[in-house]
Design a protein. Sequence first.
Lengths: 252, 127
Amino acid sequence: MSNRENLHVSGIVKNTGGVYAEVHVSAVLKVDGDLECESLHSSGSTKIRGSFAGDSVRCSGALSIAGNARMDHAHCSGSLRCDGDVSSAERLKVSGSVQIGGSLRARETQISGACHVGGQLHATELTCSGALTADGDVEAETFRTSGAVTVNGLLNAEQVEMKLCSPCRIGEIGGSSITVLSKEPSGIFFRRDVPRLTVKIIEGDTVELEATRAEIVRGKNVRIGKECEIDRVEYSGNLEVEGGSVREKIKV
Amino acid sequence: MEEDLISKKELLQRYGISYGALYRWKRMGLIPEDWFLRKSTPTGQETYFHRGQICPRVELILSRRDVSLEGLAEELNGGQAQKPRSMLIISDRFSSKRFYLDELTAVTLVSGENKTEFLQLWKGEIQ
């Protein structure tokens, strides 16, 4: 595999794919097949009609992949669209926009731009200060966000830490430690409507909530803070209610 | 036939496990996704399990504290993990291409009039 060639595209190039060492696109590359390379740098527009595999990817332009993609170290500050599944064994950083039609499996994931996942999302460590939308379930060891989060399915994480700077909506949250904090008022602009988290069910061992609207909260030690509206809390250890409203409290 | 179901709440109480542990096991694949049965009840949504399915599994996990959860997950899902997927590798002097055997539909050698189909042959051999 040592005789891989480099591919540098500064004009408009169409090819049928192949295996390369380095692929550099500053203009337009259209690949009518699968592309495999050690590194891909796309500051122009790259369109792959098949699947893609690369150890390192930097995308500051537009990159679109019709099949599945493997990108172990990836940084996208431009726009990336993949209609299949994406896997990233090391690090995925999104400061631009990423659209994934299938599922995303990654280790360290940082989102400061916008990321949409059509299927399931599995990450070891996920941090998001931008916008994250997942149509399926999300699984992570740590899930730390301060952006706008929408998860239609279940968010299952060992540790959930959410700071509500924008409205968030999640189907269900399950995990061991779940903390949701509302944003402090900024002072200059006095806004009465704080961003809220809307969720159906929260289940965890230690649950600490602020500005959350939930139907059911189940846990061992539960703290319901300001601006919360909870229909029903089921707890087995301690329950503290400070400034929030709980319609029904059940000790199990 | 009446299904013998156990609610999540009852399961946790019976074995003294926490929500965190249950969700961790689910994440690690110790409890398959489709064992979780969602049902609407007058008090909101509840999750149920088949008693005959979940109880032995939880007892197994609790009794095997000596192995790591990763190790146990591998053991339980061993059916898939132990059987590696067979691969066909075709190389020339430029590169090599890999195909998973179970994804291939046909492999045919054509020389003149003769056509030989290999795939069915290989598949029989490997299984």
